[in-house]
Design a protein around this ligand. Structure first.
Ligand SMILES: [Zn+2]
Ligand SMILES: [Zn+2]
Length: 256
């Protein structure tokens, strides 16, 4: 067994639809939340730790609006500490605009932490690192390596890559950094027919993601940030990839 467990709380890009909320994924064992879209309202019953660490890929609304839901979430399931992590410029924009007193007049019980000077750091035993990505305004990809637990030596450490809101990297050093993950969570906002829209809006399309997966060889590929008005579909050719591919859905629970 690995020590990796991910709950998909919100799997849509841009806006929710009848079956998908916007981007939010949760790792209960380490108390880590990946982005804070509208799916965050599903969090309370899943919390297992007395701390939460929220890692933001960037400050577009489909990844941060759920921060304003935290008061209710923490009322339902109080924790001792909530830390929000991201690039300093993005954190400042969120505090200045999303939490402007005209929009949300209540102080949030969290602390804000810049990753700018932290190429690698420790989050309660989980080793974190990040890389910048091409996306309007910029975004970051995260790499998480869960700890080898002494209490369960039969469980081995696991590596997860969270790569969302990106044109899709072609940089050899970044591809190397992404390589060999147990789980690659990669955005795929568009199908191949909409390659032009993907490139115009700084997102990925299926062929591009599969090409990245061929180069980085994850054990498993989970497609995220699904376009809410055009449900993504896999075809037979896509099955040619060596690892299993799955399209994320709200409520999906991935465990190793
Ligand atoms: Zn997005
Ligand atoms: Zn975005």
């Amino acid at each position: 067994m690995k020590t990796l467990e991910v709950h998909c709380l919100g799997t849509a890009g841009y806006h929710p639809n009848e079956s998908r909320h916007t981007s939010c994924y949760f790792l209960p064992k380490c108390g880590v939340l990946l982005d804070a879209g509208t799916g965050i309202f599903r969090l309370p019953e899943l919390i297992e730790t007395d701390h939460l660490d929220i890692l933001l890929s960037h400050a577009h609304l489909d990844h941060v609006v759920g921060l304003t839901f935290l008061l209710d979430i923490l009322y339902q399931r109080p924790v001792k500490e909530v830390r929000v992590w991201g690039q300093a410029e993005k954190l400042a924009a969120i505090q200045e605009h999303l939490f402007h007193e005209s929009l949300f007049p209540v102080p949030l019980p969290v602390t804000w932490h810049s990753i700018d000077e932290k190429p690698e750091w420790d989050l309660h035993g989980t080793t974190m690192s990040w890389r910048p990505q091409e996306h309007p305004g910029g975004s970051v990809a995260y790499r998480l390596e869960t700890p080898q637990l002494e209490s369960s030596p039969s469980d081995s450490a696991a590596v997860l890559l969270y790569v969302t809101d990106t044109l899709g990297t072609e940089d050899p050093a970044t591809l190397q950094w992404m390589s060999g993950a147990d789980l690659l969570m990669h955005e795929c906002n568009f199908d191949d027919q909409n390659q032009k829209w993907a490139e115009k809006t700084g997102h990925c399309y299926l062929k591009k993601v599969l090409d990245i997966a061929r180069q980085t060889q994850p054990q498993r590929l989970l497609l995220t940030h699904i376009n809410p008005i055009a449900e993504l579909e896999l075809n037979d050719e896509d099955e040619l990839l060596e690892c299993p591919i799955q399209i994320a859905t709200d409520g999906l629970h991935v465990a190793f």
